[in-house]
Structures are given as structure tokens and as C-alpha cells.
Ligand binder design. Structure first.
Ligand SMILES: Cc1cc2nc3c(=O)[nH]c(=O)nc-3n(C[C@H](O)[C@H](O)[C@H](O)COP(=O)(O)OP(=O)(O)OC[C@H]3O[C@@H](n4cnc5c(N)ncnc54)[C@H](O)[C@@H]3O)c2cc1C
Length: 438
């Protein structure tokens, strides 16, 4: 139950219930209650974004995985308003949330205005196509659950078509190009290989994934996972090659067509399907707020996560917070989580009319883990002393990778519900195919 002693007039609105925003709303809601804390999200359910490559491959069912915001609001004591952020009237301190319509276009919830004393923007990011011709029109992204589901269905259909075409033309195959050799591209490539083996084994008599699916991973930098230590890139590259994935580095994409991906050095890779995972930018809605943005369209915040407007704070991928050597905090779930913890303390003090903590937010890099399939992972854990990375690989790395997701669930569901959910998923696996086939 809320234990608030704050003045009723203090209202905090958090827009974006992702890795950071949902954790913040849950922490503040539990302490201060639904009169003061409102979460806004365009969707009715929450998905942990780092799982989207699994949703795209079909190894995770988003309809089972999604957690209802209304349930989370009830459990954690905050209010939930569904709808897309349309605009912010900074003068009157009002956010406008767009109407929600059903699939037939009928209005389910009206357009609304919500007043705030403090607004926290936690809107995440959108894919950055870097003005590459044809990319937005022909490539799929992994920004949202809808994108992941669209990709999954398109991929299933493409495999079924190749399966049929092989009767007439045995050389038919499915060419898929993934643009971007960061964690998203690498994890997706591996997940797709594993998933396609399952799909072909279940119901496609002529399609053999190892022979008929050609995946090319294209990266502009000299190595994949270029933001991580070289040892991790080397291990991941070896694993990708072992799985038959072609890796092209130092290769800049100049155009995406409906049938191929062209590169600046004059090469052309056939591609019935193209996944764009080459970088991020701030969501377009931020451009209308009149707040300073960096060149990627993210809101500039100081080391206390404050924007130039004293009533607006920001966290996660949608903002650029100062880090070290002139760089900004990387767009990572662990950063969004840490920033939510920091803002929970800061806003908790604000709600109690107590002095806010004077310490700035400092990003602590605990290392990076990359999933390389069901039983494998690779990564580094940052030691507190000396800042040196400890290299981890195999099942241990994969288990540690999964623990990030469990920690997020623990923050929003509590320990016993997280344990029940993990057990339920384990049991469900025994009754369902490993890949969603419909
Ligand atoms: C495939 C994949 C794998 C990843 N793996 C890792 C990993 O292993 N480790 C790691 O640290 N990071 C990983 N990341 C990055 C990580 O997912 C993000 O850094 C993190 O989710 C950012 O959190 P956030 O709270 O800023 O935004 P998000 O988690 O993206 O949440 C944003 C929320 O805002 C909502 N929203 C957006 N626009 C609006 C609007 N106009 N109105 C209302 N609501 C809106 C969205 O619905 C969403 O709920 C991965 C990302 C991807 C795509």
C-alpha cells in the first residue's frame, strides 16, 4: 500500500513503460500511489525489448510473454493511461495522449489531456536508417512487437513459398540480409538459424534450413559487436560462421531494394527479406517538444537526467546523458534500469518535499552479454576494480543473459510472481513446439 506523505498536488507522469519507465512507475507507485503516479504507454501490454529478436524468430510468443499494464498498475499502485503521446504543452504542463482505436478504427478511448508537475520521458528509440535509399520502404526493423510479429509471419511465409518452389526449381532458396552487426543483428541471426531448423523439421517437406536459408550479416565497422571487446567479436564471429551465417564487415549499405541490398563498394546481396538493425535515433515525437536534441534526435539531459525544462526529466534510449571521454551513456537496458533507480530516489524526495540527492547519475557498465542461441552466449563482466572485463562464454553466459530479463521481471512483478512465471514457462515448453508456427 502507498505510504505517501506528499502533497496531493504533486503529479508525476511517466511516458513510456519500457525497460526504464515501467521500473520507475512501479517503484514510485508502490511508495506514493496512483493519485500521484501515472504511466502512459501506446500499447496495452509490456514486452522486455531485448526479447524482440526471439519474438521475430518465433522462439518466444509475444501473446504469452506480454504483461498487461493494467495488471502491473494494479499490483504496483500506479495509474495507467493507454495512448500514444501526441504533444506536450510545456506552458500549461499538459500532455496530450492520442485516442485509442480498435482494428476496425472504432474509438475505444478518447483523446485525453493529462496534467503533470513533473514529466518523465522514457519513450525508447526508433531505428535510424541514416537516409539510406530504400531502407525504410523495404527493410523490417525490430523497434516494436508489431515489427517482430510482422517479420516472423513474413519469414514463415517466405519459407513456405520456397518449400513449394523447390518442387519446380530445386535451386530455390531464401536469402535474408541483416544490416547491422551489433548485438541485435547478431542475436537475431543466430536465433533465426535455430528457429528455421525447427520450422523445416515440423512441416516443410522440401525446405532444409541448412541448405535453403542463406543469412548474410552486413556490418559497416571492421568487426561485428564493435562496441564490445575484441575477444567477444572473435568468439561471436566464429559461432556465426559455424552456423553457416555469412559475415561481411567494413561493408557500408548504400541502398535496399525489394530484392537486394547494395553496398558502397559496388556489391549486391540478394535479399527477399532485409532486417535493419544498424542504429537508433530518438522518436520523432521528441522533435515537437522544443527541447534541445543531439544529432541522433535524443533529448539532451545533464548528469541529473534533467532537460532544459525544470519540469521535464528523461531516461533510457530517448535521452543522451553525459558519460565519459565526451561520450554519452549507451542505449542499453542496464542503463535504463540504473536511471530508473536514480530517478526513483530523486522523485521520491521531490514527492516528500525532501532535499533531492545531490549526487549525479553515473553509468556503471557491468559488462555485456550476447545470446548466441539456446545454449550459448558470450560476453564480458566488468570488474569493479581496475575496470577490466572478465570473458564469459557458453551456457554460463547464456544463463547470465537470461538473468537480466528475470531481474527486470522481479523489479515489476516481485520475487514470487517472477518465480511462478519462470516455472510456468518451463512447463509450457513441454507442450508446445519450440517455435511458434501460426
Ligand atoms: C533485439 C534487441 C536486443 C537487445 N538486447 C539488449 C541486451 O542484451 N542488453 C541491453 O542492455 N540492452 C539490449 N537492448 C537495448 C534495450 O532493449 C534498450 O536499451 C532498452 O529497452 C531501452 O529502455 P527504454 O526504457 O529507454 O525504452 P524501451 O524499453 O524501448 O521502452 C519504450 C516504451 O515507450 C513506449 N512508447 C514509445 N513511443 C511512445 C509514444 N509516442 N507514446 C506512448 N508510449 C510510447 C513503447 O511502447 C515502450 O513501451 C536490445 C534491444 C533490442 C531491439
Amino acid at each position: 500500500m502507498p505510504t505517501s506523505t506528499s502533497a496531493p498536488s504533486e503529479r508525476i507522469v511517466i511516458v513510456g513503460g519500457g525497460a526504464g519507465g515501467l521500473e520507475l512507475a512501479s517503484r514510485l507507485g508502490r511508495a506514493h500511489g496512483r493519485q500521484r503516479i501515472t504511466l502512459v504507454d501506446s500499447r496495452p501490454f509490456h514486452i522486455w525489448k531485448p526479447s524482440l529478436h526471439e519474438a521475430a524468430a518465433g522462439t518466444l510468443d509475444i501473446h504469452q510473454e506480454g504483461l498487461s499494464y493494467l495488471m502491473l498498475a494494479h499490483l504496483n499502485g500506479f495509474s495507467f493511461a493507454q495512448g500514444r503521446l501526441e504533444s506536450v504543452d510545456r506552458e500549461r504542463r499538459l500532455v496530450t495522449v492520442d485516442a485509442v482505436r480498435d482494428d476496425q478504427g472504432e474509438e475505444v478511448l478518447p483523446r485525453r489531456e493529462l496534467g503533470y508537475d513533473t514529466l518523465v520521458l522514457a519513450l525508447g528509440s526508433a531505428s535510424n536508417f541514416f537516409n539510406t535509399p530504400g531502407a525504410e520502404a523495404h527493410a523490417v526493423t525490430l523497434d516494436t512487437t508489431e515489427n517482430a510479429e510482422q517479420f516472423r509471419l513474413t519469414m514463415l511465409k517466405a519459407m513456405a513459398l520456397v518449400d513449394q518452389a523447390k518442387v519446380r526449381d530445386p535451386s530455390s532458396r531464401l536469402d535474408l540480409v541483416i544490416v547491422g552487426g551489433g548485438a541485435t543483428g547478431v542475436e537475431l541471426a543466430v536465433e533465426l538459424v535455430e528457429a528455421s531448423h525447427v520450422v523445416s523439421a515440423y512441416g516443410l517437406p522440401n525446405f532444409r534450413a541448412e541448405r535453403d536459408l542463406a543469412i548474410t550479416l552486413v556490418e559497416g565497422a571492421p568487426r561485428i559487436l564493435s562496441a564490445l571487446p575484441e575477444k567477444i567479436s572473435t568468439a561471436a564471429t566464429a559461432r556465426l560462421k559455424e552456423l553457416g551465417i555469412r559475415v561481411e564487415t567494413s561493408c557500408r549499405v548504400s541502398e535496399v531494394t525489394g530484392a537486394s541490398v547494395k553496398t558502397a563498394d559496388g556489391r549486391e546481396f540478394p535479399a527477399q527479406l532485409c532486417m535493419w538493425a544498424a542504429g537508433i535515433q530518438g522518436p520523432a515525437v521528441l522533435r515537437g517538444l522544443g527541447l534541445p536534441l543531439n544529432k541522433l534526435g535524443q533529448i539532451e539531459v545533464n548528469e541529473r537526467l534533467e532537460t532544459s525544462d525544470p519540469h521535464i526529466l528523461a531516461l533510457g534510449d530517448c535521452c543522451a546523458a553525459p558519460w565519459r571521454d565526451g561520450r554519452t551513456v549507451p542505449a542499453r537496458a542496464q542503463a535504463a534500469h540504473q536511471q530508473a533507480e536514480y530517478l526513483a530516489k530523486k522523485l521520491g524526495a521531490r514527492l516528500r518535499h525532501a532535499p533531492e540527492p545531490s549526487a549525479p547519475y553515473v553509468y556503471e557498465d557491468h559488462g555485456s552479454l550476447v545470446s548466441l542461441g539456446q545454449d550459448a552466449g558470450v560476453g564480458s563482466l566488468m570488474g569493479k576494480l581496475a575496470g577490466r572485463g572478465l570473458f564469459v562464454s557458453g551456457t554460463l553466459a547464456r544463463l547470465m543473459y537470461m538473468s537480466l530479463h528475470l531481474m527486470h521481471h522481479k523489479a515489476v512483478l516481485g520475487v514470487s510472481r517472477t518465480a511462478s512465471l519462470a516455472l510456468a514457462r518451463l512447463l509450457m515448453r513441454r507442450t508446445r513446439p519450440r517455435v511458434k508456427l501460426h
